[in-house]
Write a protein that binds this ligand. Structure first.
Ligand code: ATP
Ligand code: MG
Length: 352
């Protein structure tokens, strides 16, 4: 039977990229007829790889849990838990840290972009590596531990996580080879490249991110209709005057500037319609109408999620969130305990 694991950092309320790239797949996988174990985690230990304010982090953890429920994850079908409630993640990360070399981790690109945010640098500027926090550097190993701890077979994530998953696969293979076992299945990324959402601002455009400093670069799944309109209206497009384009043929998504293509991608994700069916309705026109319709499509998509989030966040529902977390912690711990004790036995550090 398949084992599905995925995580999200409590670094803020999830945005459209998180939703279309990952969370919507979490929900879809619940309805698979295949026998499976689903584990979805709010990964607080990962959030600590960047500077955090304790009070805000606590609030963001609750908001992230409420968001996962609001998008439709059913805690009866999936084990929904806080990573930091299950200490086995950190313990396995240590064991795996002892099997990775620095050169391998240096080839990852994510720590560089996070360090650039931290050091307030442009994308093409060299970061000062001596300021690199060890936790941030070894973050992909903790992520491999998250996945391998449950002997995961499938990992529904956004495109940006592919390189991390590759490391998890390498580590699984390494342990299997060295310990002459087939204990770890090779976890497979379940991604959808068409659902990579870019930030609404910044050039060159990066992926939409919770931790990017400018809040207007992302649309959160709790944003009001007015705020969505404002953010889309001020989203970067290009300096081309669409009405002055001589070529009358319908452009492909790949021919458009990144900001404009991103608007079409977002619209397509919201309505389920192909971008090739949407583009003919808007090309060679000023961006105002496209933007108004994109904002409306987003609002239609997230309005029920926003309402459910607000309901879950009412004081009378605090107990429900605590109960979901407690049940998740128990079910995840049980699997983690069983698997980690077998891993420790493979390595020779079992209880004597
Ligand atoms: P942070 O900036 O703090 O890293 P994030 O926005 O990158 O936050 P994560 O918690 O790191 O969010 O990732 C949660 C999931 O969302 C992952 O599966 C990731 O691949 C996916 N994801 C994140 N950003 C995007 C995006 N712009 N488009 C598609 N998927 C995304
Ligand atoms: Mg991220």
């Amino acid at each position: 039977p398949r084992v599905v694991f995925s995580g999200i950092q409590p670094t803020g309320v999830p945005h459209l990229g998180n939703y279309f790239g990952a969370l919507s797949q979490w929900v879809e996988m619940q309805n698979s007829p295949e026998p499976q174990t689903l584990l979805y985690s709010v990964v607080g230990l990962h959030a600590l790889t960047m500077p955090q304010d304790a009070k805000k982090l606590r609030e963001d953890r609750l908001n992230t849990l409420a968001s996962i429920l609001a998008v439709g994850v059913d805690p009866k079908k999936a084990v929904l838990f806080f990573q930091e409630d299950v200490p086995h993640h950190a313990e396995l990360a240590w064991l795996l840290n002892c099997m990775v070399n620095i050169g391998r981790l240096k080839r990852m690109t994510t720590w560089k972009s996070k360090l650039q945010i931290q050091q307030n640098l442009d994308v093409d500027t060299e970061v000062d590596e001596s300021g690199l926090n060890l936790g941030l550097f070894t973050y992909p190993v903790l992520q491999a531990a998250d996945v391998l701890l449950y002997r995961t077979t499938h990992v529904p994530v956004g495109e940006d996580q592919r390189q991390h998953l590759e490391l998890a696969r390498e580590l699984a293979q390494k342990v299997n080879r060295v310990m002459k076992t087939d204990f770890f299945p090779l976890p497979m990324a379940v991604t959808n490249p068409a659902k990579r959402i870019l930030a609404l601002r910044g050039s060159p455009p990066k992926k939409m991110s919770k931790s990017a400093p400018d809040e207007r670069s992302r649309i959160m799944i709790t944003d009001s209709s007015e705020y969505i309109q404002h953010k889309i209206k001020t989203a970067v497009t290009d300096s081309v005057d669409p009405e002055a384009i001589a070529d009358e043929s319908v452009p492909n998504l790949a021919d458009l500037s990144p900001g404009v293509a991103n608007l079409y991608t977002i619209m397509s994700c919201c309505t389920g319609e192909d971008t090739s069916d949407i583009i003919p309705r808007y090309y060679r026109q000023r961006y105002g109408r496209l933007k108004a319709d994109v904002a409306e499509a987003i609002n239609a998509k997230i309005a029920p999620i926003r309402a459910e989030f607000e309901r879950l966040k009412r004081p009378e529902n605090a107990g429900y969130l605590t109960q979901v977390a407690a049940e998740g912690r128990e079910r995840a711990s049980e699997i983690a305990e069983k698997n980690l004790s077998q891993i420790k036995a493979l390595l020779g550090i079992q209880r004597i």
